[in-house]
Design a protein around this ligand. Structure first.
Ligand code: NAD
Length: 290
């Protein structure tokens, strides 16, 4: 079993750290929130007084922080100064590709091994240990990370070199944002054309309009398997997080000089939805605006 520092015990990190402790790892946890620390303690983690203290002497450091600037700050201010040579750094946060590559390079200069390992799956998957990890890094980094990530997820996939885990995450979520918006507008149009939504679901879910947004996460209440639509669009994947991921994808597209007209339209739609005060609503709730 491995000695692991876990920094960032929020909605996602809390459940993930608990699963590492449950699997028998020695987890040293740190977060700025006292509440998050108390939950981690109850889940069997040892509590550190600072990020630096958590990192002291461990073999691996997992971070699950809000955005790139937090990862950069925690690495620069705490991890690099306290991690022993050869320590594996696994950043599971969703951040921009450029920052992911920059921190990995800085880590390597310090004799550390870094991978980006963003996740697919929400809070329930973090708690249930069924996340999918997409990992960017060297073969050595991936192999070492896989041994730890498997205790928090159902799939661990090596995407390529550093930053490609984040690239996979944002490209996947760009498809998700665009297909959800398209699925919502199709249901809205179908209804206006006097087609019953349940009938449309029966037809489109076995036709070429099928997608995950339709058959696993149908945005219409009472249609298809249970989804946040059946819970007044509460829980699930917050529209604010979808917007964050779409913005990251647009930034990456600009840097890479890629054309992303559908992703760009999806970003516009989610921007308007969030500006209207729906940041915390599930992203499929956008159907109400169409
Ligand atoms: P969150 O805001 O609930 O948790 C982030 C935690 O980091 C907070 O507890 C905060 O106190 C802590 N933190 C911030 N700065 C810190 C610092 N300097 N030192 C120590 N702790 C610090 O966010 P979350 O929902 O857990 O998401 C984390 C990451 O996972 C984000 O990048 C998000 O985009 C990504 N993600 C979230 C979901 C989801 O459904 N929530 C799904 C997939 C990916």
């Amino acid at each position: 079993m491995t000695a692991i520092a876990f920094i960032g015990l929020g909605n996602m990190g809390g459940g993930m750290a608990a699963n590492l402790a449950k699997a028998g790892h020695e987890v040293k946890a740190f977060d700025l929130s006292e509440d998050a620390l108390a939950k981690a303690k109850a889940a069997g983690c040892a509590i550190a007084g600072s990020a630096g203290e958590a990192v002291e002497g461990v073999a691996a450091v997992v971070t699950m922080l809000p955005a790139g600037k937090h990862v950069q700050a925690v690495y620069q201010e705490s991890v690099f100064a306290h991690a022993k040579e050869g320590t594996l750094l696994i950043d599971c946060s969703t951040i921009d590709v450029e920052t992911a590559r920059a921190v990995a390079e800085a880590a390597e200069d310090k004799g550390l091994v870094a991978v980006d390992a963003p996740v697919s799956g929400g809070i329930a998957a973090a708690e249930g240990g069924t996340l999918t990890f997409m990992v960017g890094g060297s073969d050595e980094g991936f192999e070492r990370a896989e041994a730890i990530l498997k205790d928090m997820g159902k799939a661990v996939i090596h995407a390529g070199t550093n930053g490609t885990g984040q690239a996979a995450k944002m490209c996947n979520n760009m498809i998700l944002g665009a297909t959800m918006a398209a699925t919502c507008e199709a249901f809205a149009l179908a209804e206006k054309l006097k087609l019953d939504p349940a009938k449309f679901y029966d037809i489109a879910s076995v036709s070429s309009g099928q997608s995950w947004s339709m058959t696993s996460y149908c945005p219409v209440p009472g249609v298809g398997p249970k989804s946040p639509a059946d819970n007044d669009y509460d829980g699930g994947f917050a529209a604010g997080l979808m917007l964050k991921d779409l913005r990251l994808a647009m930034e990456a597209a600009e840097t890479a000089n890629a054309k992303v007209p559908m992703g760009s339209k999806a970003k516009e739609l989610y921007e308007a939805f969030v500006d209207d005060g729906h940041e915390r609503k599930d992203f499929s709730g956008i159907i109400r605006t169409l």
